[in-house]
Design a protein around this ligand. Sequence first.
Ligand SMILES: *[C@@H]1O[C@H](CO)[C@@H](O)[C@H](O)[C@H]1NC(C)=O
Ligand SMILES: *[C@@H]1O[C@H](CO)[C@@H](O)[C@H](O)[C@H]1NC(C)=O
Ligand SMILES: *[C@@H]1O[C@H](CO)[C@@H](O)[C@H](O)[C@H]1NC(C)=O
Ligand SMILES: *[C@@H]1O[C@H](CO)[C@@H](O)[C@H](O)[C@H]1NC(C)=O
Ligand SMILES: *[C@@H]1O[C@H](CO)[C@@H](O)[C@H](O)[C@H]1NC(C)=O
Ligand SMILES: *[C@@H]1O[C@H](CO)[C@@H](O)[C@H](O)[C@H]1NC(C)=O
Ligand SMILES: *[C@@H]1O[C@H](CO)[C@@H](O)[C@H](O)[C@H]1NC(C)=O
Ligand SMILES: *[C@@H]1O[C@H](CO)[C@@H](O)[C@H](O)[C@H]1NC(C)=O
Ligand SMILES: *[C@@H]1O[C@H](CO)[C@@H](O)[C@H](O)[C@H]1NC(C)=O
Length: 457
Amino acid sequence: MGVTQFLILSQLVYLTTCMDQLHIMYEWKQLDYQFPNDEARQQALDSKSFVPENNIPMGLEVYEDRLFITVPRWRHGVPSSLNYVNLKDNSTTSPKLIPYPSWAAHTTGLDGKPSEIISPFRVRADKCGRLWVLDNGKIGNLENNTTKYPPSIIIYDLRTDSLIRKYMIPDDQVKEDSGFANIAVEDTDCANTYAYAGDLGKPGIVVYSFGKNESWRITHHYFHPDPLACDFSVKGYNFSWTDAIFGIGISAPNPDNFSTLYFHPMASYNEFSVSTEYLRNQSVADDNFEAFKVLGSRGPNAQSSVSFVDPKTGVLFYSLVNLNAVACWRTSNKDYNMKNQGRIYMNEETMIYPTDIKVDYDDNLWILSNRMPIWMYGKLNSSEFNFRVFSAPVLDAISHTACDITPRSDILDKYKDKFLNITNKIASKFKPNSATSFYPLSYSFLLVSWIIACSLY
Ligand SMILES: *[C@@H]1O[C@H](CO)[C@@H](O)[C@H](O)[C@H]1NC(C)=O
Ligand SMILES: *[C@@H]1O[C@H](CO)[C@@H](O)[C@H](O)[C@H]1NC(C)=O
Ligand SMILES: *[C@@H]1O[C@H](CO)[C@@H](O)[C@H](O)[C@H]1NC(C)=O
Ligand SMILES: *[C@@H]1O[C@H](CO)[C@@H](O)[C@H](O)[C@H]1NC(C)=O
Ligand SMILES: *[C@@H]1O[C@H](CO)[C@@H](O)[C@H](O)[C@H]1NC(C)=O
Ligand SMILES: *[C@@H]1O[C@H](CO)[C@@H](O)[C@H](O)[C@H]1NC(C)=O
Ligand SMILES: *[C@@H]1O[C@H](CO)[C@@H](O)[C@H](O)[C@H]1NC(C)=O
Ligand SMILES: *[C@@H]1O[C@H](CO)[C@@H](O)[C@H](O)[C@H]1NC(C)=O
Ligand SMILES: *[C@@H]1O[C@H](CO)[C@@H](O)[C@H](O)[C@H]1NC(C)=O
């Protein structure tokens, strides 16, 4: 066992004594849908238009009484790829999914006309009461006959559930390997809203202007995957992913009404940022490549998928997929490094593959975990809970972490010394002759800030 592995393990042990302040609101062994009646459900099962084990929840969003759940069509047998459950219905913690906006929007026409919604991964409800659906457009991309439609941005009115607009991303902005998974919406002005769609397959961001009904594609080398950060290990499944730009989170606007977009490729340990001032015009972005900033590194093994900025507290939340954890960083912090990261939740059973993170308009944090690597490379056990939705008020979730409003640097320094000593001792036991102080040092910082999470009660 290497030093890094040991430290990760010991971190897990220490951290299990912590109290993570999130509650499990929903959990499912397998997904099921609210079909019009039992016959329709049985017919869907018989015709394989519903294959329960091929359905996995990927994205979540909360707006008023509804919790939206996306189920992308990576494999066949997904009856409806955008759904919701009613948050007021507390009769079960494993509710059936209700297609949004209707069954019809998910049905292929008799003439073969594709359904209105094909396969979204993530959606975003803006403050103007609109649901932005980033539709990947691919069916069966984990099977051997993929059907591709143009990716699109579909916008619904959440008050009437009617379609406001479906915008197909133009061909010249979609590349052979493109995969559009994550969307951030800058809704400072409801009429002049901008949406940012990350392309994880061919590094790029497609920017869509609602006011102009036009989009353009921005590229930058910071969108690229880091070849040294492509190895992942989740629950014994080791795999290599080369995903480019993935986590995108948008801050509250500055006095000039520009937000900051925080972003990272999935195959990367680093976090980056750029003002939307540079994204709102393609030639301005091209002429100002230095406007894109490197914030810093989360440290080894700390690849992150999804991220989200809470506009009110300015806290950036993000997943740490190899650690079965969700962490946070205050965007007002000057330094993005290990010690300034807080631990929101970590659990080897319930938080396997945190896949989506949102903060709703009542200041609650929501997290969805779905065990995706097991689903992809192995088989989920349908007798166990595989998918979970967690929630807590943001202030509870960040309290006593490095993202808490009150800084605790005094305590941090005390613990830093102590854990440097301990981790250096451990390191010397495992690798007596090597001078690899880097890992122990960095992990001790991570340990320090995360252990503080438990020690302040
Ligand atoms: C479920 O919701 C109803 C109405 O919102 C409420 O009266 C009831 O106490 C709730 N039940 C539980 C178990 O929370
Ligand atoms: C998929 O590929 C397998 C072998 O690679 C083949 O047996 C199967 O028929 C293919 N299925 C389709 C739908 O093309
Ligand atoms: C493969 O494509 C064909 C033709 O489009 C379709 O009939 C078939 O169901 C697909 N196979 C799978 C496994 O989806
Ligand atoms: C920023 O946007 C708000 C809301 O649309 C508007 O009231 C304000 O005038 C804008 N400020 C600037 C500097 O453009
Ligand atoms: C937006 O642009 C697309 C083509 O780029 C067009 O088909 C659509 O009608 C436009 N929508 C509106 C509301 O202007
Ligand atoms: C998977 O990766 C982990 C950590 O990198 C390593 O300890 C383990 O031996 C690997 N397992 C396999 C089967 O390769
Ligand atoms: C983008 O910026 C360039 C240079 O500042 C300007 O000439 C151009 O009109 C702008 N384009 C749009 C669509 O605003
Ligand atoms: C599936 O989970 C159940 C309940 O935890 C367990 O009893 C069973 O052994 C598991 N099956 C497999 C194949 O792991
Ligand atoms: C750490 O170790 C050094 C020397 O090995 C010692 O002087 C120091 O007091 C230790 N610090 C703590 C906090 O234990």
